[in-house]
Design a protein around this ligand. Structure first.
Ligand SMILES: [Zn+2]
Ligand SMILES: [Zn+2]
Length: 534
């Protein structure tokens, strides 16, 4: 009889973050990814709870790529007893040194910030989720492996990585668990992505686990040249206004893509000769790693673009501050959604300037400062100060590191025949159901499963997966928006909405009405509690 194989989804199920799959056969366990949960407060609390498996029983991790929602809990895994190898591409390993260390510093900083508040309130202090030291220990456990070559992960398991075309080093992970062969997509890149070839992978598998981030979205497909035309237009318009062009960008990949396009436009004399400041220490480290691997990248045309004379990398905080007094420059800074980092002081200094331009080139999550600005707020609050928005707010929608709906479906088709099941993960419920519908229209006989967090499946070669362990009791709540999301969004909009009421008297009345509503709910609560005590 063939061995049994179990697959458990510990995260990124009906939600995008916290990627972590456990594959078990005859008592041997490996993980594919071990990512941080991000987004709603209830999802983020999962980072702090105990792992739902024993870290010291895991023999190896196969890591798809260096994004924090795929690797961000590795330091915690290591701190809780995991001593095995972390297999990934050498590019991912190089990126991890900085990405994980940065995540460790953020965790330490976050704990410190919370403890100041707890200290004042006389509450017990909390330990950081993990430290920079834990992060570096995890990084030392990485074992780089080449693409498309089998390697043994542990007894009875071998694995092989395939280019996923998503970010530097990103791979899909094929796992041969003896009796069954499965493929985890990791995050898949789009076609026409700068630097990377389109995703590749094997065909003829028992099980395929496919991400669904943009499962309900179809993008207008632009070539690299067409995207550059858009950027050309935005830069020329912004610089002719006389102020600065501020571009919030993710430190890894988006920053380097922008640099490639800006260097190209500068060399072609299509944009004015102005300084470009990359003002993010993490982006600068990521750029150095990308530059080190430039011989493996596409679209560089033999140029050393990252050392272009127009590009200045700013590490020092005092130099970063000095940019505040400049005009007519391009500033690229992280974080990409304006939630943290140096972008915030550049926004504080440029949002109120009529001659400056803010150009968004990446996804802005609901509730983020970037989203609020993009949706046309007239005033925003940055580090305790109200800032009026007078700058020109612009957007280019066509940079993406993710495959859209059609590209995801194409990728799935190329993996066929799939003799067992197709699992759809790493997406919001709407994206997953859109993908389920289309994939089953395509192939009505295919077993398609949308797993929930905590679910386990029994895998057998050539047969659909069987549910073997049920989801966490709170799985449905975890993926919904919680009241804290709603509150954050409400609070952000409150002042703007009040200012739209024409006279002061009506504004006061609106506040009084809101207060009454809140008091009424508090009263209902009180009566319920009294009754419960009775
Ligand atoms: Zn990713
Ligand atoms: Zn991801």
């Amino acid at each position: 009889m063939a061995n049994h194989v179990n697959l458990t989804f510990h995260g990124a199920a009906k939600t995008v973050t916290g990627s972590c799959m456990e594959i078990e056969s005859e008592g041997t366990r490996i993980l594919v990814d071990c990512g941080l949960f991000q987004g709603s407060r209830s999802l983020e609390t999962l980072n702090y709870g105990a792992f739902t498996f024993e870290p010291d029983t895991i023999e190896a991790v196969v890591l798809t790529h260096a994004h924090i929602d795929h690797c961000g809990l590795l330091p915690k895994l290591v701190a809780h007893g995991f001593e095995g190898p972390i297999f990934c591409t050498d590019q991912t390993s190089d990126l991890l040194e900085y990405m994980l260390a940065d995540a460790g510093r953020i965790q330490e900083f976050e704990a410190q910030r919370r403890n100041q508040r707890r200290d004042r309130a006389g509450e017990v202090t909390i330990a950081p989720l993990y430290t920079e030291q834990d992060a570096l220990t995890a990084w030392r456990q990485t074992r780089p492996v080449p693409l498309e070559e089998w390697f043994e992960t542990s007894t009875g398991f071998r694995a092989r990585l395939w280019n996923a075309g998503h970010i530097l080093g990103a791979a899909s992970a094929e796992v041969d668990a003896g009796s069954v062969r499965l493929l985890c997509s990791g995050d898949l890149g789009p076609q026409n992505k700068a630097f990377h070839a389109d995703p590749e992978g094997p065909s003829g598998l028992d099980y395929v686990i496919c991400e669904s981030t943009y499962g309900s979205r179809t993008r207008v497909r632009l070539s690299i040249a067409q995207r550059r035309d858009l950027l050309d237009e935005e830069i020329n318009k912004a610089i002719s206004r006389g102020g600065n062009l501020v571009i919030p960008a993710f430190a890894l990949e988006r920053t380097q893509e922008l640099l490639l396009d800006i260097a190209y436009l500068a060399d072609a004399n299509r944009i004015p000769n102005v300084p470009v400041f990359v003002d993010s220490p993490l982006a600068n480290r990521a750029t150095r790693v990308v530059a080190r691997h430039s011989s493996e990248l596409e679209d560089l045309e033999g140029k050393d673009i990252f050392r272009h004379p127009a590009i200045h990398y700013v590490d020092d905080a005092s130099v970063s501050m000095r940019i505040n007094s400049m005009s007519g420059v391009i500033i690229i800074a992280a974080s990409g959604m304006c939630e943290a980092g140096r972008i915030r002081h550049h926004l504080a200094h440029n949002l109120h300037r009529r001659d400056s331009t803010i150009l968004f080139v990446g996804f802005q999550a609901q509730g983020s400062l970037g989203r609020v600005i993009l949706e046309g707020a007239k005033q925003v609050r940055i580090s305790g100060t109200d800032v009026n928005v007078r700058a020109d707010i612009r957007r280019i929608d066509s940079y993406s590191a993710h495959a859209d709906q059609a590209e995801l479906l194409d990728w799935i088709k190329e993996r066929k025949p799939i003799s067992g099941s197709l699992f759809l993960t790493h997406g919001e419920p709407g994206a997953i159901s859109a993908m389920t519908e289309l994939a089953s229209d395509d192939d009505p006989a295919l077993s398609i499963i949308a797993p929930a967090i905590g679910e386990s499946y029994l895998l057998q070669s050539g047969a659909p997966a069987k549910l073997a362990g049920t989801a966490r009791a709170d799985a449905a709540e975890l993926i919904g928006r919680d009241w804290q999301n709603d509150y954050a969004e409400f609070a952000v909009r409150l002042k703007g909405q009040l200012s739209r009421i024409s006279d002061a008297g009506s504004r006061q009345k609106a506040i009084a009405d809101m207060r009454k509503v809140l008091e009424r709910y508090a009263e209902v609560q009180d009566t319920r509690q009294t009754r419960a005590r009775d």
